[in-house]
Ligand binder design. Sequence first.
Ligand code: UD1
Length: 420
Amino acid sequence: MEKLIIKGASKLNGEVVISGAKNSSLPILAATILAEGTYHIGNIPALRDINTMFKLLENVGVSSEFKNNSAVINNKNTDSFEAPYELVKTMRASIVMLGPLVAKKGKAKVSLPGGCAIGERPVDLHIAALEKMGAKIEVKDGYIFAECEKLQGTEIVFDKVTVTGTENIMMAASLSSGTTILKNAAQEPEVQDLAAFLRKMGADIEGDGTNTIIIKGKEKLHSADHSIMPDRIEAGTFLCAVAGVGGDIILKKCPVKSMDAIIEKLRLAGLQVNIIDDETIHAKMDGEIKAVDVKTAPYPAFPTDMQAQFMAVMLKSNGVSVINESIFENRFMHVPELKRMGADITLNDSNAVVKGVHSFSGAHVMASDLRASAGLVIAALMADNESTVHRIYHLDRGYEGFEVKLNKLGANIVRASDNE
Ligand code: UD1
């Protein structure tokens, strides 16, 4: 297993180019199941989760060549319709295969994603929505078996805002009979990127980016080309890094318009954010970090995927910050690790109360999930001396060349394997 050895306390200066969004790439790649033909998809980040998605697609007759962040994808529409456990267990987002498989092939066998570090994360809402569209679904032997000759449009009101649930149903409904009205839908920019791609494939979708999405089903869709939107969470992570350690950076190819809540909270924390244009941000930090409260919630509010990184910034604030996690019930796995470094954090149900300290030391810490890993790396950069972040395979699931990009900004991070 690999780890990162991080020397703390160097400021970050220079330019960083933001990669394509993982959470937009995954459903867009799954959407290629919906129509035969050749697709050219650009700006895909080279990540472990993306490789997993390519393997899942290969399994159902969709082959890809992936080079220099671009994929040429060929859908030959074979009879296979299974997303096996060996692949799904490494990536919960594999569930986005379910909607496209049932809609296109009339059948799907998708391994049930297991529990994971950040909470139970059930898929009941995906299943209930597809059942309402006429699919017969059975869960047995750890698999979801779904069958339906032709899905029927209907009205679906999600009990909870679910991002991949919204995406699954949007894809399925695009290739169904009749009209589907999705209420309490997720409004995330990645849902909008998927909708834009589906429209290029011939789908009729309106209302994405609001909480009501209307999809008029089509008999057939066709292949299309697309460039994936940039990753707002990666961009936000770099903003947190500079807010934590100080410095002066420029983010390029950055999805500025989708980052309002992140930018607002970081400005309150003292980061000077100058928006140069739609895809460029200049961020500078040279004063003390101010304590700011934050509550995670569905878009356009502050994203749960930024909670751990923001908490790292608050470790050295000038006061007390209350961080409320409202999306996932167990997303504070980084807290005990941060406390090992000398952080002052008290957990109280869904609240983490972070009392700023002047300085803290480096330590050996263990990454528990993707965004927690990023939080630990930022904390390690803010520490007085050296830290080692173990189990960074979590980080590699979602950040393209994270330490390479940070080192270009002046950080001192070495990747090593556990037996070195
Ligand atoms: C997506 C993102 C993930 C992000 C999360 C919340 C992708 C690939 N992943 O995950 O990075 O952290 O949104 O912004 O885009 N829920 C149910 N039943 C369901 C589905 C969800 O109870 O059937 C609950 C979840 O447990 C959670 C909440 O709804 O409490 C939101 O989860 P959801 O938006 O579905 O997360 P994902 O789509 O898995």
